[in-house]
Design a protein around this ligand. Sequence first.
Ligand code: SF4
Length: 402
Amino acid sequence: MRKVELLAPAGDLARAKTAIRYGADAVYIGGQLFSLRSRASNFTMDDIREICAFAKDYGCAIHVTVNMIPHDEDFEGLREYLIKLQEYGVKAIICASTAIMKIARECAPKLEIHCSTQMSVTNSLAAKFMREEFGVDRVVLARECTMEQVKEITANCDIETEAFIHGGMCVNYSGRCTLSNRMTLRDANRGGCAQSCRWQYHLYDEDKEISDDLLFTSGSKDLFAADMIYDLIEAGVSSFKIEGRMKTEYYIASVISAYRHLIDEILETGKPLSAERMAYHKKEILRGENRETCIGFYQGVPGSESIIYHPNSDASVNHDFLATVKSYDDTKKTAVIETRNPFDVNEAFEVLSPGRENRSFTVNSIRNEDGEYIEKSRKPMALLEIPVPFELRAEDILRRAR
Ligand code: SF4
């Protein structure tokens, strides 16, 4: 089958490197300016240069979100920023503003322009228009497209299409929302979404509270479209996008690794996977922490079952991220690990390693930095030595099923 792109999110340098190691073909990141979800913790210019160099060694592409909806006072420094991105080797920018597209075409012509899902492209005419008028190279389809519409658009426009397959959804048309502005004065379209749709509200009928013990939210369940990947490949979609620039390193590693295996198996076999294989991959994907999920719009306009109306819908965590591997000594058969969460001696660990099937072992002993044997590890970021019966690689992740 035709090669497709697995596109991962990353909120900082460490998570971008993790996504690349665990099999992403491309990673999208945000700079400190001109991006939705702009914040100081986003990538600095030095970070962007570093991740481009790192990605190059893996044959991975870096896409940068330049997807704010700018007002006149927001353009200062944009040209210089885009020229730098081009110079550092960024492959594409993701834009939601025709003004930014026009400026990018003028000052940084080597950057691909990807039309953000925020522009809500739901038909092939719009996709063609973006190509002809603004030189767009790819459209990120609106999450509100059904599978039939994805097929139609992809067949009838002569540019690449990208589709979301996993992660958060917005109950409004992908960010076309002023709820956050109203509630917090934080503009969702200039990077400030406070996720106000996920807050818990008291419900009133005029001035009478309907129920004071039933708080109400209106956020969407997360997208989980692993079942649609074969059909999306068949439809000609070029890139499969995971949402979640704010997600943890563990989430990125487990979800990207699982989708990597799933997509590779489909591409190798060239046909839809059996129910048994799909169940295996879906279980692996859900080992990252996940909120309640739905299939989005792929099988038709979703109903009330796709909305979280009441609390208790926080991320369900079925594994604990225990440590990352710093080094492995093949002679001693021991690993030095850096801890994240508590664990005890004699617990069963599972190893998440890029490109490998998951393996398990029991930790028979733990030695601390002073060479003393300890029964329990309770300190985060401690360097410990443990025996491991098989080879581990630096940056492998150790986790424990709950
Ligand atoms: S507040 Fe909710 S609906 Fe509005 S943009 Fe943010 S995520 Fe979307």
